[in-house]
Design a protein around this ligand. Structure first.
Ligand SMILES: [Zn+2]
Length: 250
């Protein structure tokens, strides 16, 4: 919000839920419809995003990128073939030990950069541009408190992870499931018919999921069950799943 205000977007505000809204007023003689640009501030909770040390690779020559020498963490072209498209460009990567958080700090940076560019180039005519930065996208709640009427855009785009020029007009249905298995811990020497190992029950639950419906085995409109966390001991095991499907009936 402060950055938007410093640019001169006087109405920039943050509400009690953490949503930031602002307007770049239109500069056309005749009124034009308002367009909205949205990005989310939160980043994935899967990996630490603290003490992020970004690496800037100038004029990327192509090929694998060694993110971290000590730990030998490599961004390999065979895993991310899209890398080759960015030869000759400047890349920003993580150092391999933390999440860069480009999803979706990059979206915010892009929108603010676009606003500052438009302010410096009044010869580019545009209607009112509404800006919305939301929290909690990664946990599926980014839209919960988004005031569509107040935002007041005739149409809007979310700027999020994806290739340059890519436009998505649809999305999947998202849900999550948590299994908490309670076992019974008994000394292994006298455990016969007494011990209930929650880890083994969790393994059994996992085996009931269709083996080929995982993110690593699906693409396009295919849905999946993504086991993304598993913590346990004999006494208690917790499994966390992300569930995705384009068709809500499947
Ligand atoms: Zn995102």
């Amino acid at each position: 919000m402060r950055e938007l205000k410093e640019l001169g977007l006087e109405d920039a505000e943050v509400d009690e839920k953490g949503y930031v809204l602002a307007t770049l007023p239109g500069n056309t003689a005749d009124p034009a419809p308002a367009i909205g640009f949205i990005a989310h501030m939160d980043t994935s909770p899967d990996c630490s995003a603290e003490k992020v040390r970004p690496h800037i690779i100038r004029n990327y020559p192509g090929g694998d990128i060694l993110l971290n020498k000590e730990r030998h963490i490599v961004l390999a072209v065979k895993d991310f073939p899209e890398l080759e498209k960015y030869r000759g460009q400047d890349l920003i990567t993580t150092d391999g030990t933390t999440l860069l958080g480009a999803d979706d700090k990059a979206g915010i940076a892009e929108i603010i950069t676009a606003v500052s560019y438009l302010l410096k180039h009044p010869e580019i005519k545009h209607g009112p541009i509404r800006i919305g930065f939301t929290p909690d996208e990664e946990i599926g709640r980014g839209t919960n408190h988004f005031d569509v009427a107040k935002f007041g855009a005739h149409f809007a785009y979310t700027i999020d992870g994806g290739e340059l020029g890519e436009l998505e007009t649809e999305n999947f249905n998202a849900a999550s499931a948590t299994f908490t298995v309670h076992g019974k811990s008994v000394h292994p020497g006298s455990a016969k018919n007494k011990m209930i190992n929650s880890l083994l029950i969790a393994r059994e639950i996992i085996s009931y999921f269709p083996e080929n419906e995982t993110p690593a085995a699906t693409e396009g409109y295919e849905g999946f069950y993504h086991l993304h966390q598993m913590n346990g001991s004999v006494e208690k095991t917790v499994l966390r799943y992300l569930i995705r499907d384009h068709d809500k009936n499947l």
